[in-house]
Design a protein around this ligand. Structure first.
Ligand SMILES: Nc1ncnc2c1ncn2[C@@H]1O[C@H](COP(=O)(O)OP(=O)(O)OP(=O)(O)O)[C@@H](O)[C@H]1O
Length: 237
């Protein structure tokens, strides 16, 4: 089997083949989903509340395994992987969670640095990189603040910085503008677009926000009753 490493240019970054997901319920939450996303693409995932968006994202960031079908990332079949291989693959995926999951007792700087600290890097080696990233998301003045003292938009941007510190090949964000006003939502999306263009990061964003989808024209995958549809209506906006 291929080891975790740089994606082959010809392989999709994300590939789902006939994926279904059922929790401990009788019915499928997701049914027979096929997705292929090339490296460097930007994709929206939308659909009504309860349609299964978060569940689908969890399959992509390897928090759940599908009930049937296969999930491949960077051309590698994830079902056959050992724990170490899955951990290596997860390090290539940045996730911005719906509820941020920031640690309240750590400063903005420490929250962003945490993934590097956990992987054994020394503060003197990562300090500048963390400061640059915190500035890039517009929180340079708030770098020593603790999350409870930050606004919703500031916490959101801090969660984005933390998801990016490992320079992931894939960024997955679940409703990243759910708690912010339209101006802040636009500002956050500009960061995602810049990241996608500058670093060729593959980006998948679940959102209900049709204004954002229309404004930032990108392919849309729509979930409805557990089925996935490609929606090209953004082209007419
Ligand atoms: N761990 C779980 N165990 C059992 N059922 C679950 C679990 N997680 C989600 N569900 C159910 O799966 C369905 C899809 O939930 P999911 O959170 O994926 O939808 P969503 O489209 O992200 O919704 P929203 O837009 O409201 O966040 C819902 O009916 C939910 O209750």
């Amino acid at each position: 089997m291929t080891q975790a490493g740089a994606p082959l240019a010809s392989e999709p970054a994300v590939e789902l083949n006939g994926v279904s997901l059922r929790y401990d319920t009788a019915d499928d939450i997701l049914t027979d989903i096929d997705i292929r996303l090339k490296p460097g693409t930007f994709t929206f995932l939308t659909g009504p509340s309860g349609a299964g968006k978060s569940s689908l994202l969890k399959l992509l960031y390897l928090a759940h395994a599908p009930t049937s079908g296969e999930v491949r990332l960077f051309g590698q079949r994830t079902a056959d992987m050992s724990r170490n291989q899955l951990s290596a693959l997860r390090r290539r995926i940045g996730v911005v969670f719906q509820d941020f999951r920031l640690l309240d007792h750590l400063t903005a700087f420490e929250n962003v640095a945490l993934p590097l600290r956990v992987s054994g890097e020394k503060p003197e080696d990562y300090r500048d990189e963390v400061v640059d990233l915190v500035r890039w998301v517009g929180l340079g003045e708030r770098i020593h603040a603790f999350p409870p003292a930050l606004s919703g938009g500031e916490q959101q941007r801090l969660a984005i910085a933390r998801a990016l510190i490992n320079k992931p090949d894939i960024l997955i964000a679940d409703e990243p503008t759910g708690n912010v006003d339209p101006d802040m939502a636009r500002r956050i999306f500009r960061l995602f677009i810049e990241l996608n263009r500058r670093l060729n990061t593959t980006i998948i964003i679940a959102t209900h926000d049709m204004h954002i989808i229309r404004e930032f024209k990108a392919p849309v995958l729509k979930l409805q009753d557990g089925l996935l549809f490609a929606d090209s209506s953004y082209e007419q906006a």
